[in-house]
Design a binder for this molecule. Sequence first.
Ligand SMILES: NC(=O)C1=CN([C@@H]2O[C@H](COP(=O)(O)OP(=O)(O)OC[C@H]3O[C@@H](n4cnc5c(N)ncnc54)[C@H](O)[C@@H]3O)[C@@H](O)[C@H]2O)C=CC1
Ligand SMILES: O=C(O)[C@H]1O[C@H](OP(=O)(O)OP(=O)(O)OC[C@H]2O[C@@H](n3ccc(=O)[nH]c3=O)[C@H](O)[C@@H]2O)[C@H](O)[C@@H](O)[C@@H]1O
Length: 463
Amino acid sequence: MIKSICCIGAGYVGGPTMAVIALKNPHIKVTVVDVNQDRINAWNSQDLDLLPIYEPGLADIVAKTRNVNLFFSTNVDEAIDQSDMIFISVNTPTKTYGIGKGMAADLKYIELCARQIARVATTDKIVVEKSTLPVRTASTIKSILKQSHNNVKFEILSNPEFLAEGTAITDLLNPDRVLIGGDYHTEDGKNAIAALSGIYLNWVTGDKIITTNIWSSELSKLTANAFLAQRIASVNAMSAICEVTEANVDEVAYAIGKDTRIGEKFLKASVGFGGSCFQKDILNLVYIAKSFGLNEVADYWEQVILMNNYQKKRFAQKVVQKMFNTVSGKKIVLLGWAFKKDTNDSRESAAIDIANYLIEEQAELHIYDPKVTAQQIFSDLERITGDNLQQLQEKIHVYNSAEAIFNNAHAIVILTEWDEFKTYNYIDIKNQMLEPAFIFDGRNILNPAEMHQIGFQYYGIGK
Ligand SMILES: NC(=O)C1=CN([C@@H]2O[C@H](COP(=O)(O)OP(=O)(O)OC[C@H]3O[C@@H](n4cnc5c(N)ncnc54)[C@H](O)[C@@H]3O)[C@@H](O)[C@H]2O)C=CC1
Ligand SMILES: O=C(O)[C@H]1O[C@H](OP(=O)(O)OP(=O)(O)OC[C@H]2O[C@@H](n3ccc(=O)[nH]c3=O)[C@H](O)[C@@H]2O)[C@H](O)[C@@H](O)[C@@H]1O
């Protein structure tokens, strides 16, 4: 019976996942630890608006559980030692150096966790891989844990997380499935799987809990993300064909989605997918395929990334081309910076690449996102443009609200599908803008007929 859980990594996965586990398992003490003091302070802040992660419904659960059976701390050693089960939920970004640079997953944080667990643990532990990892990582973790001198038994499980940001809490409360990979041929393995299942069974029905061997579980996570991203790349490829044939991508997506073998979800054409995982996980898969000499397999999946890059560039080029082939010195309003709505996360957001392209074309950018801070927007831009903060602040303007942003603008470019962008008074907005007033709707959230009627030059994706 598990009494105490430690989760290493208080990020987008560790925080919400542990909050829900704590809510549904009041008899278990859950401690989320991180080396980042600022992040832990933010998780502990009295004002729930200051939590480091914005997710609908998260603050309510934290309010109910924090300092009851959910704790946030930087004391990693103590939390490891006091727990029966340890979730590793640290970041696994794409490597930026050395062998596999730009493609392989960087496992240094995972290895550091494993070494720390091996050094600190004095009682038996179940170690759960929550981070997304290349297939066969568990064997690396196992060999590191074997070096422990404390005569401790470790059982390793893979339990990948399938939540999507923006809907993390509903995804966690009502998952399509929970996947547990473990050593189901041994008694210890079976017990560990049962212990982890027991935690989920407090709110997930048994038929949704899938048990596989550990390698299938690790590989299923990369596979799921590759398949999901491939659907978006496919529909975006079709959006390019729609734009030159007078077909409408929303209609095409609706028509094919009605085929239950295809299904209607994840067929929304866009400026391109973003987020911290799709690109990195597909690159990781490509690297794994290449390292086994499976070059055709690698090329097949890499095409999803290439298609996505093409979509971002195509959209930015269209903005320039429709505005008489120049945006130099023109005021362009970017609505949205997050990689999708209902999150404050901008990692790998399509907005970053599109802004960079427009900056290169000397546009004057005015940016507003309801949840991403100005500090984050400038730091994303510093990284992609190579300019320093002062240089950027001279030419780019970030707003706290959309109220004063549209005055004398040449164009509006919608990059994230935030609901509030649909509720604006576009008649008023049009009156504040220069003529001809352009809208480039990278998320197809506005009604084209209405926009044309107001007098906008309106361009969506795939129509
Ligand atoms: N963001 C998402 O929606 C999803 C992410 N994942 C996977 O979950 C993993 C975590 O992702 P995020 O939560 O988004 O990352 P994140 O970057 O938000 O959080 C990771 C945290 O781990 C901490 N950390 C790193 N090394 C540490 C160490 N040795 N000791 C203590 N803390 C340490 C970092 O300071 C950071 O706060 C990744 O492998 C990702 O692929 C899986 C499903 C969904
Ligand atoms: O491993 C992960 O991190 C997670 O990656 C994705 O979740 P996430 O990246 O948070 O968000 P998605 O809803 O998948 O959106 C990803 C990107 O695709 C775009 N998208 C999504 C759906 C769609 O139809 N069209 C489209 O352009 C979104 O705007 C966003 O930029 C998966 O959906 C999760 O199951 C997975 O756990």
